[in-house]
Design a protein around this ligand. Structure first.
Ligand code: PLP
Length: 387
């Protein structure tokens, strides 16, 4: 019996044809398809522009860098995220700190952020950037975070790796209504895929232009930016130290084709979540509030097993043994050995640690059939009853 994974891509014949078209075209990279994909992201999110890259990790790095993060600066995020949200700040030479999460949603706890900001102002160590993570696709309280950004003077970069297609007050995540930049991931388990890939949106044209330069060596050909225009048509200038973080046209073609089905993907995810909610209603697990059923993109469906980490481990191992590719999102970043060596320790962020101790992500992806979902529920019920 093959594993039912916790997440996987949905690929159709149009996707395959779109990729083959690029393979048969003149440009495999630096051709026209990346810009078409960027325009499609901008249209879908309502942002004035988007900058594609080879991963969300790269997009986080260029977003932080373009906002001026460097040595002596601080980036704050939450521990319930993938390590990349924090690592990208270290790539800039900045320092990382964490804000605890809400116990129910594992999204940034605004009250904790506000307390920490007051203390940081007194100690003259305010963050340059706060990076809230729309964990599972559930949007953070961006209006309140934006109000704090205004009061305390920091930039906001949304880690929306889970949240393509999610919305806040009926506006798409990525419009940057309440942030300076917003980053998406197109890894195969995420809402839409390019294989590997990411993108950042922003409202400020200068920030977009800077991120665009940083994904390609810091080089510009824009006559308005370069100092010397009379050398010849080949001329470009390196304006800052950038990277080769470019997305290829092959990847962009897949993303562009997938974009046509984003709404369908999310509708299917929502329908499956509604079904999980119904079928798990009488089971002894903790479910997150789903008041944001229609504003979340539902990248993940996380249940929490009460009774502590030992009990969660038993359930997890039994589900895996029965062919369910369940996963845990996430090991709190501050507990990684690398971050513990930088001064963090157990007990620093109790809500995050408590969430982690119970969490199991159940299978959720557009092509999960209701028969497979029933199998997940049956196995889960049996294993919980056998505890
Ligand atoms: C997947 C993910 C990333 C990294 O995305 P890549 O495209 O794999 O680099 C960053 N943050 C979060 C919350 C993620 O889930």
């Amino acid at each position: 019996m093959p594993m039912i994974p916790y997440g996987r891509q949905s690929i159709d014949e149009d996707d395959v044809a779109a990729v083959v078209d690029v393979l048969n075209s003149d440009f495999l990279t630096q051709g026209p398809t990346v810009e078409r994909f960027e325009s499609a992201i901008a249209r879908r999110t309502g942002a004035p522009g988007a900058v594609a890259s080879n991963s969300a990790t790269s997009s986080l790095h260029v977003a932080y860098a373009a906002l001026g993060c460097g040595p002596g600066d601080r980036v704050w995020t939450t521990p319930i995220t993938f390590v990349a949200t924090a690592n990208a700040a270290l790539y800039c030479g900045a320092e990382v700190d964490f804000i605890d999460v809400e116990p129910e949603t594992a999204c940034l706890q605004v009250s904790d952020l506000a307390d920490r900001l007051v203390r940081a102002r007194a100690d003259d160590c305010l963050p340059k950037v706060v990076a809230p993570v729309h964990f599972t696709g559930h949007p953070c309280d961006m209006e309140e975070i934006a109000a704090l950004a205004n009061e305390f003077g920091f930039y906001v970069v949304e880690d929306a790796a889970h949240a393509f297609g999610a919305s806040i007050n009926n506006e798409p995540v990525g419009s940057c209504q309440f942030s300076d930049a917003c980053v998406f991931s197109f890894h195969p388990v995420k809402i839409l895929t390019t294989g590997e890939g990411g993108a950042a949106t922003a409202r400020e044209p200068e920030l977009l232009a800077k991120m665009k330069r940083l994904v390609s060596h810091g080089i510009s050909r824009d006559p308005a930016l370069i100092s010397s225009n009379d050398e010849g048509p080949w001329y470009y200038e390196q304006m800052e130290l950038g990277f080769n973080y470019r997305m290829t046209d092959i990847h962009a073609a897949l993303g562009l084709s997938q974009m046509d089905r984003v709404d369908t993907f999310i509708e299917k995810r929502r329908a499956l979540v509604a079904r999980y909610e119904m079928l798990l209603a009488d089971i002894d697990v903790i479910r997150s509030p789903i008041d944001k059923l229609t504003s979340s993109s539902w990248h993940l469906y996380v249940i929490r097993i009460p009774g502590g980490a030992g009990r969660r481990r038993v359930v997890f191992e039994r589900l895996r043994a029965r062919g369910l590719g369940v996963q845990v999102h996430y090991i709190p970043v501050h507990l990684q050995p690398f971050y513990q060596a930088r001064g963090f320790s157990e007990g620093d962020f109790p809500n995050a640690e408590k969430y982690y101790a119970g969490a199991i992500s159940l299978p959720l992806y557009p092509d999960l059939t209701t028969a497979q979902q029933d199998e997940v529920i049956t196995i889960l019920k049996e294993e919980l009853a056998a505890l």
